[in-house]
Structure formats: structure tokens, C-alpha cells
Design a protein around this ligand. Structure first.
Ligand SMILES: *Cc1c(COP(=O)(O)O)cnc(C)c1O
Length: 423
């Protein structure tokens, strides 16, 4: 019995890519204090991006929504593979510039500042995704002042059937995003009347965490069915050619090493291909994907500081916590952990697995990374590795809370990944 538990412990640890395991061990060996750090496998990121891109129907574009992870090595790895970047702030324009990419890029988001829109135009933005009538008026003024003719897509908040809703809805309900479909005619007329703006398409980013291929197909089908009507609202429909369908493809956080349980991207692409081929005047479709591209390359490794029991519950107290990796708390899930025992115990997690609550260093009961995590004999100095930490991990976290130092972010294969993709 003990043997089989040890074997399963060993195989779990061995699911980590060897380069990731080695980087974690090296970092731990060099560190003065117990560690908490993020590791990003750039070769895996490049491979994933290539496979997502190659599944797309001909002519369909892949943009990366950089808010998922805007670290320069991540952008640098993706730049040779994706068709462009989707940005949502002046700060993100700076991030993209640091990565010295020459890809086209677009700017979305409610509450764009005049200074951000001006910066975007000065930096050579491809298109704005306009979110309100007020923004259309402000953008026209700024474009006019620059003597510039600016391409825009109108972000639509479409009317969606209830069945298509998912956990986090950005459309089909009251939201600050986009322009209600019922008022689209007004927005199109406003852009048409703006001498320095030209309408090139429509944008819809309706949801996050989509895990159902069937529902996402139905969503895209709905957009494509309405495309001719939307387009017909424009003074020059022939110039309206782009349909940006957003991102929102979900990740099954409970299945980090089971690709067959993840969203079937190939199936969605095959469906879309057939659908587009059947259309008389198909739009140029563009995805802007964040989570589904970068989640899989990241790992958050935390070192066990203490184990204790309280009122019948076992706690593993680790370096770091939700201030560095807010994702499980933000999503309300218990994140999977991979146990890497320390020293002479090798990679084999021994002993009977028992449920532990994995917590960090914060003085708040909310600092929980996972409840009922099944872990064998665990002791201070061991490591717990949280996979699927490459998107909305560190960058959505409140890293300054309690004044803990910010965690190192380590990019594995930075040189290899960029030379591979440059070929
Ligand atoms: C966040 C966001 C995306 C990316 O969403 P994912 O769920 O990470 O794919 C795309 N477009 C817009 C407008 C967004 O706000």
C-alpha cells in the first residue's frame, strides 16, 4: 500500500517538466530564505501558441490579450507566433514597447484616458475598440488634432440567450463594457459622422472561463448570424470587414495534466471553419486570447514553513500566499498542488496521503490556496508547486499586502524559446 502511494507521489512530481523541476531546485538551493517564486516555461508557451495558431481556419487571426500575463519574456516568446496584441491601458502600451515587438495591436477597455488614446495613436495603434458614445466623441477630437484617420471597431454588448451565460459575463446583461446591441445603430452613425474615424468592424468579448465547446460554438454562430445586420448599419458596409470575437476560452484548473479534459480548441476551430466557408460574405475573424494561451506555462513554487493542526484540520503553512497568487481565491477554487519532498526523500511523496489546507503567510483567514489537498508526509523545507499559474496569477495579486517582498519571476528557456520561434 505504502509503495503504491509512493509511486503515485513520484509520478505526480514527474509530471512537472524536467526543466521546471530543475529550475525550482536550483532556485531553492541558491536562496537564503525559504522560497516563493513563479517559473515560466517559455518553450512550452511557444509550443502551445503554435498549436493554437495552427488549428485556426485560414484567414482567422490570433491576437494575445496581454493582461493575462504581460511580462516581457512572455510577449517576446509569443510575438513571432501570434498576429498581434490586445492591450487595455497606457501601462500595457509601455509593456509592449519593452518587449520591442513590431506586431499590430489594438486597445480595448472602458475608461480610456485621453492621454492613453493620444499615446496609442502616437505609438501607431492599429485600431481602437470603442466602448461608448462619449469615447467615440473624444477619440474623434484627438484624431482630428493629430490630423489622423483612425480605424475603430465598435464593441458590442450583444443580447445573449440565457443558456449561453457563464460564470463571469461581460455581455448579454448590464455591464460597463461596449454598447448595447439595441443602440448599435446610434454608435455606428456616430462613427460614420466622425470625419477622422472609420469603422472597420465589430468587437465582442462576452465572457471568461468558457469551458463548453458547444456553448462557445453557439455564441460564435450567433455573432456570425447577426454579422450581416450589424454590417448593414454602416454607411459603407464594404469597409466593415472585421469581427473580433474576443477571448474567454476557459482552463480546467482541476486537470493540469489531462489535456483531454481541457477545452477542445481543435473542435471549435473546425466548427468555425465550416461555418465561415458556408457564408457568402464572411468577416475576417480575430480571436484575442489571454488565459488559454499563457495559463499552462506558469508554476508557482512555495516552500513549506510549518505544519500544524487546529480543531481537527491540518494546515501546511508556506512561504508566499494569495498576495502573490490570488487566482484560487479570486476564482473560489482549491488549486492543485504537486508535492516535491526535500533532500534525501527525493521526488517520492511518501506516506499515506492526507487532506491538508495549504495556506500562505498572510494574517487573514482568506489566505488559502487550496483546501483538502491530498499530500503524503509533508515537512518544512518541502516544496509545493501550483501549476496553471501563467495567466492572471501574479499580476492580479495584491503583492504589497503585509509588505512581503515581491516574488521572483523566473523565465526558463528564454534564449532557446526566442531562437526556436525566430526560425
Ligand atoms: C480580458 C480580455 C480578453 C482575454 O480574455 P481571456 O479570458 O484571458 O481569454 C480579451 N478581450 C478583452 C476585451 C478582454 O478584456
Amino acid at each position: 500500500m505504502a509503495d503504491s502511494v509512493a509511486v503515485s507521489g513520484r509520478s505526480e512530481a514527474q509530471r512537472l517538466p524536467p526543466a521546471v523541476r530543475e529550475a525550482i531546485r536550483c532556485h531553492q538551493a541558491e536562496a537564503q530564505d525559504p522560497i516563493a517564486a513563479f517559473f515560466y516555461d517559455l518553450e512550452a508557451l511557444a509550443a502551445r501558441a503554435r498549436s493554437i495558431k495552427s488549428a485556426l481556419p485560414d484567414g482567422v487571426e490570433l491576437y494575445y490579450a496581454i493582461k493575462a500575463n504581460s511580462e516581457a519574456p512572455v510577449l517576446g516568446t509569443l510575438a513571432p507566433i501570434v498576429d498581434g496584441f490586445e492591450l487595455s491601458s497606457g501601462g500595457e502600451i509601455g509593456r509592449m514597447r519593452e518587449a520591442t515587438s513590431t506586431l499590430p495591436w489594438v486597445l480595448s477597455g472602458p475608461g480610456k484616458l485621453d492621454s492613453e488614446m493620444a499615446l496609442a495613436m502616437d505609438e501607431g495603434i492599429e485600431a481602437f475598440h470603442v466602448e461608448s458614445l462619449g469615447e467615440i466623441a473624444r477619440l474623434e477630437r484627438l484624431a482630428k488634432a493629430r490630423g489622423r484617420h483612425q480605424a475603430v471597431l465598435i464593441r458590442i454588448n450583444p443580447t445573449l440567450p440565457e443558456a449561453l451565460s457563464s460564470r463571469l459575463r461581460m455581455a448579454g446583461t448590464a455591464t460597463p463594457f461596449g454598447i448595447d446591441e439595441a443602440r448599435l445603430g446610434e454608435a455606428v452613425a456616430a462613427v460614420d459622422a466622425a470625419a477622422h474615424l472609420s469603422l472597420v468592424g465589430f468587437h465582442i468579448h462576452a465572457m471568461s472561463h468558457q469551458t463548453s465547446v458547444a456553448r462557445h460554438q453557439a455564441l460564435l454562430d450567433g455573432y456570425l448570424a447577426r454579422w450581416p445586420e450589424w454590417r448593414a448599419l454602416a454607411a459603407s458596409p464594404a469597409r466593415v470587414t472585421q469581427l473580433n470575437v474576443g477571448g474567454g476560452i476557459g482552463v480546467d484548473y482541476m486537470a493540469p495534466f489531462e489535456p483531454e479534459r481541457q477545452f477542445d480548441w481543435q473542435a471549435l476551430c473546425a466548427h468555425l471553419d465550416a461555418r465561415l466557408k458556408a457564408m457568402a460574405q464572411a468577416p475576417r475573424v480575430r480571436f484575442e486570447i489571454g488565459r488559454f494561451l499563457s495559463a499552462f506555462c506558469g508554476y508557482y513554487a512555495i516552500e513549506v514553513l510549518d505544519t500544524k493542526h487546529s480543531h481537527g484540520q491540518g494546515f501546511v503553512v508556506c512561504r508566499g500566499g494569495t498576495h502573490q497568487f490570488r487566482l484560487p481565491a479570486a476564482q473560489g477554487h482549491d488549486h492543485p498542488v504537486i508535492h516535491l519532498p526535500s533532500g534525501e526523500r527525493g521526488e517520492a511523496s511518501s506516506g499515506e496521503k492526507r487532506p491538508w489546507t495549504v495556506v500562505g503567510q498572510l494574517c487573514t483567514p482568506k489566505d488559502v490556496l487550496g483546501r483538502d489537498r491530498l499530500i503524503g508526509d509533508v515537512a518544512p523545507g518541502d516544496l509545493l508547486v501550483l501549476p496553471l499559474a501563467g495567466a492572471y496569477g501574479y499580476n492580479i495579486s495584491h503583492a504589497d499586502f503585509l509588505c512581503h517582498p515581491r516574488p521572483p519571476q523566473i523565465f526558463i528557456g528564454a534564449d532557446r524559446a526566442s531562437s526556436d520561434t525566430a526560425r
